[in-house]
Write a protein that binds this ligand. Structure first.
Ligand SMILES: *[C@@H]1O[C@H](CO)[C@@H](O)[C@H](O)[C@H]1NC(C)=O
Length: 408
């Protein structure tokens, strides 16, 4: 009898998994690990999350997401003996400071890290092991900014917090933390990459471009102006199951960050480009910057490319979105004069909806003669830097280290 119950249970679990299984691209690195992680995330954060969202709204759902992504980090190893971690406020902003001891501090450079998570989730301590690896390789001190998350605060709050931290580090803190103020590198991933790009442009505008020696953008968010580029088309045609970052999630983060009603309709409309007014889509600037013909041919090789796309417009949303869609403090690609920005490194992944915007920003920087290096990881996906034991992560860390050593 109990054997029958057991067999039924096994059959049920197998049936459930086969229904929920969405194959990830064959070439994806760490595919097995990610397949499991992705399914767990999809069930907990997406399916259960959707239910929570319908019942209690986006803000509660965001809290659930914060809790879920924090779970694996409750089992983090203790910091290595050679690294002291301090939590301190700099210019009134919480920061996590990593101070290597004499044996590891082989450089007087400082890395300022701005973490990702769509401006809404994640915390600096989730990146501890990434930071240890960077310190061990570069010998630098690290300050990771624990900026306030959305929706508790909204754009441009996080930008102003980060800018205050960078300015204070440069102007006041170098002797306290023991670094050379002329050797500061700024880096960030995903939404943190967006903040890095924006901060560099702001410092340039204020004549403070010398505060930073270089900028490192790790699969950054660059604009919110095209949910139909080849990387999004690849998502819809090639790997719909990507709970690491999917178009709806990205749209939700935009709404929470910008303070626009995070309704399910608004989210869906953004994923269909309905947040862009015809006036914006027809503008010369939009057409010249969000131009798919600037992308490398290889970006089109795995999709049935659909060029003509006439989105219907959600007028109310487009009206609210317009001021952000024309603001370089949000859409970094819109910056009008980038000449004189610190040398840049842009990392993009082949299996990531943000691939194309990272590439377009690389081109934009180069068009202003900003020394810019593009590193593309064709078999990696969004968030790969956080995946322990991954070769892709190691390659990224090696490349970042080489770039840092070259500029600090
Ligand atoms: C990516 O994966 C493909 C197929 O598995 C392989 O042929 C290619 O060499 C890989 N590319 C890199 C850069 O590792």
């Amino acid at each position: 009898m109990s054997l029958i119950v057991f067999l039924i249970l096994v059959a049920f679990v197998i049936a459930l998994i086969s229904v929920l299984y969405i194959p990830l691209p064959q070439n994806l690195a760490d595919r097995r690990k990610l397949q499991v992680l992705e399914m767990l995330l999809r069930i907990s954060n997406e399916y259960f999350g959707d239910l929570v969202e319908i019942l209690f709204g986006t803000r509660v759902r965001n809290k659930l997401t914060r809790f879920l992504v924090g779970l694996p980090y409750m089992f983090q190893p203790k910091p290595p003996k050679w690294c002291t971690i301090k939590s301190e406020k700099i210019a009134g902003v919480k920061c996590r400071i990593y101070l290597p001891d004499k044996t590891r501090k082989t450089s007087d450079g400082l890395l300022v890290f701005v973490h990702g998570g769509g401006w809404c989730i994640m915390r600096p301590r989730f990146y501890d092991s990434v930071m240890y690896s960077l310190i061990a390789r570069t010998g630098c001190t690290v300050v990771s900014i624990d900026y306030t998350l959305s929706p508790e605060v909204q754009y441009p709050y996080q930008i102003l917090e980060c800018q205050r931290v960078i300015e204070t580090l440069y102007e006041e803190k170098h002797s306290e933390y023991g670094f050379n103020k002329e050797k500061i590198a700024l880096l960030g991933d995903s939404a943190g990459g967006n903040l890095v790009a924006v901060l560099c442009q702001r410092l340039l505008k204020e004549g403070k471009q010398n505060y930073l020696k270089c900028q490192i953008l790790i699969y950054p968010v660059i604009h919110a102006l095209d949910f139909h580029s080849p990387s999004f088309q690849y998502y819809h045609q090639g790997y719909k199951g990507m709970a690491m970052l999917n178009p709806t999630q990205l749209a939700r983060f935009y709404l929470l960050y910008l303070g626009i009603e995070p309704t399910l309709k608004n989210m869906r409309d953004i994923t269909e480009n309905a947040h862009l007014s015809p006036k914006l889509l027809e503008s010369t600037k939009y057409k010249s910057l969000i131009d798919h013909s600037l992308l490398p041919e290889s970006f089109f090789s795995n999709i049935e490319y659909e060029k003509t796309y006439k989105p219907s417009c959600n007028n109310e949303l487009a009206e609210k979105f317009y001021k952000f869609a024309t603001d370089s403090n949000f859409c970094a690609i819109l910056g009008d004069n980038l000449k004189g920005l610190p040398p840049a490194m842009v990392l993009t992944c082949g299996i990531d909806i943000l691939r194309d915007e990272g590439f377009l920003y690389t081109r934009r920087l180069q068009s202003f003669d900003v020394p810019t290096k593009w590193f593309h990881y064709e078999n990696a996906t969004h968030g790969h830097l956080n995946l322990p034991g991954s070769k892709q992560r190691k390659q990224m860390l090696d490349d970042i280290t080489a770039f840092v050593k070259c500029h600090l």
